[in-house]
Every structure is written in C-alpha cells, then in structure tokens.
Design a protein around this ligand. Structure first.
Ligand code: SF4
Ligand code: SF4
Length: 111
C-alpha cells in the first residue's frame, strides 16, 4: 500500500477515535468492480468509517473497504463524492421505497 493511502487510512482512524458509533443503523454498499481506490470517500468521511485496502482482484490494486459500518451516520458524502458511482448509502432502502411507491400507485418504474 502506498504512502498516501496509509496516510488516508490513518487520518480516518483518528477521526473515528473521536466519535462514538452512530445510534442510527446505516447500510453501505460498495460495488468493488467500479472502485478504483482513489480514496476520495475515505478522505471525506467525517466518521472514519471507510478504509482503503489492497485488492489483488482490482486492476488498480487497491479498493475501498467498509471498516466500521456502525460509525456511519448516513450523511452520503461518500456517495456524492465518488466519481465512479461505486458506493451507496442505504441503497436497498431506497429501492424498497420505490417498489412500495410503485405498488401503491400501480405505476411501473419507467413512468
Ligand atoms: S455516509 Fe457519511 S458517515 Fe457514512 S461512510 Fe459515507 S461519508 Fe462516512
Ligand atoms: S468508492 Fe469511489 S471514491 Fe471511494 S475509493 Fe472507490 S472510486 Fe474512490
């Protein structure tokens, strides 16, 4: 792991140490196939939930890891910052809500 990645991870851990786990349960989803391990999400996460890790299966050799999901406050900064649409916050919840809406209105998703 390169120096700047280690620094990102260390900074994230320092931020995490200053916090308590979130009372709210949030679900993070990473699409590793799209993640290039740029670290933007690790850098912006205010709670130090994310880390970078070596990943031999990725062509970039590194990808993001959800290291302490219980610290996630659901702010979605990671999701909005990711240039590759590789990380989602409460993704299934949103999908379920859409499905419920569809079943109430009787409309399908393409309308
Ligand atoms: S939603 Fe916020 S707290 Fe949770 S991982 Fe993303 S940036 Fe961090
Ligand atoms: S999830 Fe997105 S922002 Fe985070 S390391 Fe991967 S590509 Fe970069």
């Amino acid at each position: 792991m390169e120096k700047f990645e280690i620094k990102l991870n260390e900074d994230a851990l320092i931020r995490r140490e200053k916090r308590k786990p979130s009372p709210q349960k949030n679900k993070l989803t990473v699409k590793k196939i799209y993640c290039k391990g740029c670290g933007l999400c690790v850098d912006i996460c205010p709670t130090g939930t994310l880390q970078l890790e070596d990943n031999k299966e990725s062509k970039f050799g590194v990808s993001v890891k959800i290291d302490a999901q219980e610290y996630c406050i659901g702010c979605k900064l990671c999701e909005s910052r990711c240039p590759d649409f590789a990380i989602f916050v409460n993704y299934n919840e949103k999908k379920e809500k859409n499905e419920k809406k569809t079943s109430i209105t009787g409309k399908h998703n393409r309308c």
